[in-house]
Write a protein that binds this ligand. Sequence first.
Ligand SMILES: [Zn+2]
Length: 193
Amino acid sequence: MSSVVDSIGVKCSRCGASYQAAVYRLIDAAAQPELLSRVKDGSLFLRECPVCGQRELISSPVIYKDLHLLVCLSGRPLSVEGLDGMKGRLVGDVGSLIEKVKIFDAGLDDIPMELCKFVTRQEMAKDVDLKFLRLEGADHDIIFTYPESGAMQMLSVGFNVYEDCCAIASRNPDLSAEGLARVDRDWVEQFIR
Ligand SMILES: [Zn+2]
């Protein structure tokens, strides 16, 4: 298998020009490892107007897969046959797809990561949408981003918090996901509230 790309006619939201944009339906980073960095920096999901340069997010349904992970961005629930030991995840938006890829590419797991985000929100005493960005430094600090006051904020959390969440997840058999699973804030909070 390799990636599937469509060319679709779109209209620029700023200048109104019509142009053809490349839209990925299947991103096969196992066959094309060079796509991984374009998923992680988000550039694969941007189209650019050739007239005025306006960049816009492409948020149509897409499947991402590499050797260990399959992420499906879709508005409706669906099942995928033959995951063959791969992690399967269902997400509802591009930002969540990118975050899943970043988490697993960093050698981490999204279930303890969602727990870690829950604990961090409690510590902050703020209801914010945390997204994993990267590990940083020799101590592998967890860097989260979140939107606040119209800007993107960054927050560093000690790796020990993530490790504690791994221990909690391994002790709690409910905190596991089979098949194509939606692992997000709502999913994790049903087990801790
Ligand atoms: Zn334009």
